[in-house]
Design a binder for this molecule. Structure first.
Ligand SMILES: Nc1nc2c(ncn2[C@@H]2O[C@H](COP(=O)(O)OP(=O)(O)OP(=O)(O)O)[C@@H](O)[C@H]2O)c(=O)[nH]1
Ligand SMILES: [Mg+2]
Length: 314
């Protein structure tokens, strides 16, 4: 054990789809955040804790920085501001395979106002054929804000992560560890189960469906070696429900099977999962339902206002 233990908070900020959640999972070595190829996957602050012999870093993943339209969008940007505020280190995660846009500039500006030391993390370098392209990118970002370090990484292959962790740990204040050694996240199992289901919905659908989806756990019962879970996938329109269910229920069946497998892996138990689909027009503008997207606001476990819909059991 080193003489001074270091511990603190580091936030992962960036544009939607930059790979922040993939990076969080890779850094902490566990699935604490869901990931998808669709932008605006993450909707709340997601905590993941990394612990070594001489430091502990509480990473905070957050929604990608975007214009934040509508009630849900504004709520997502609120959680971005919370995650940026008063942290020990901010990591701006950028997709190194994409050209820099005006939106990146706006996002960097917002993150650099956070006041903490700022790192530039250039992600997805596994897809960068010519590594010489990194230098002009670093220069370009360097004109937008003062980055204390620039670290190329691949959240997918793990390249650069050791270096990033060492540099980040050195920026943490002297402090005892805040959490036990094996602690990974503060998210309740029920929320993670709902998120695993949403991840499969995102994977299986396209266009407007991913953004229109919310997942609620309706019931959760332990029965011997089995956990019996009933979940509702909320969409905004009947057409979206039809897409989710698919011909003869095949799409929903596939979604439910994969989500159940992820839940079983997390819980280390057999899971019996029932998934219902419910149409709630305009839920993204309904304050109660938008709040319920975040487990900290008492979300995920539904109120008892009932539901009807197709049942799909896997
Ligand atoms: N090739 C490659 N793909 C990556 C890497 N990191 C993330 N991805 C992919 O990029 C996409 C977006 O990843 P996410 O981790 O969901 O991105 P995010 O920044 O959390 O996105 P939001 O939550 O929407 O803000 C997914 O398809 C990932 O598999 C990487 O290092 N290399
Ligand atoms: Mg994310």
């Amino acid at each position: 054990m080193a003489e001074t233990y270091r511990a603190g908070f580091a936030s992962l900020a960036g544009r939607p789809n930059a790979g922040k959640s993939t990076l969080l999972n890779a850094l902490v070595g566990g699935k604490v955040a869901i990931v998808s190829a669709k932008p605006q996957t993450t909707r709340t602050i997601v905590q993941g804790v990394w612990t070594s012999d001489d430091a502990q870093i509480v990473f905070l993943d957050m929604p990608g920085i975007h214009a934040g339209k509508g009630l849900l969008g504004r709520r997502m940007m609120e959680s971005v501001r919370t995650a940026l505020d008063g942290r020990d280190l901010l990591l701006y995660v950028a997709d190194a395979t994409r050209p820099v846009t005006r939106e990146d500039e706006r996002a960097v500006e917002m993150v650099s106002r956070g006041g903490a030391p700022l790192f530039l993390v250039l992600n997805k370098i596994d897809r960068l054929e010519d590594k010489r392209l990194l230098l002009p990118l670093i220069e370009r970002y360097g004109k937008m804000a003062e980055f204390a370090e620039s670290v190329p990484v691949s959240a997918k292959t793990g390249a650069g992560l050791k270096e990033l962790l060492a540099l980040a740990a050195a920026r943490m204040p002297g402090s005892p560890a805040m959490f036990p050694e094996d602690y990974l996240t503060d998210q309740p199992e029920r929320f993670l189960a709902a998120e695993f289901l949403r991840e499969q919905v995102l994977e299986a659908t396209r266009q407007e469906v991913p953004h229109a989806v919310a997942v609620r756990i309706e019931s959760w019962q332990e029965e011997g070696r089995l956990t019996r879970i009933a979940a509702v996938v909320v969409v905004e329109r009947a057409g979206q429900k039809a897409i989710l269910i698919g011909a003869k229920g095949a799409t929903l069946k596939r979604i439910a099977t994969r989500a159940r497998e992820a839940m079983e892996e997390m819980l280390g138990r057999k899971v019996f999962l029932e998934v219902f689909v419910k149409v709630e027009p305009g839920w993204r503008e309904n304050p109660r339902l938008v709040e319920s997207v975040d487990w900290r606001e008492g979300g995920v476990v539904a109120s008892d206002d009932g539901f009807q819909g197709e049942s799909e059991t896997s």
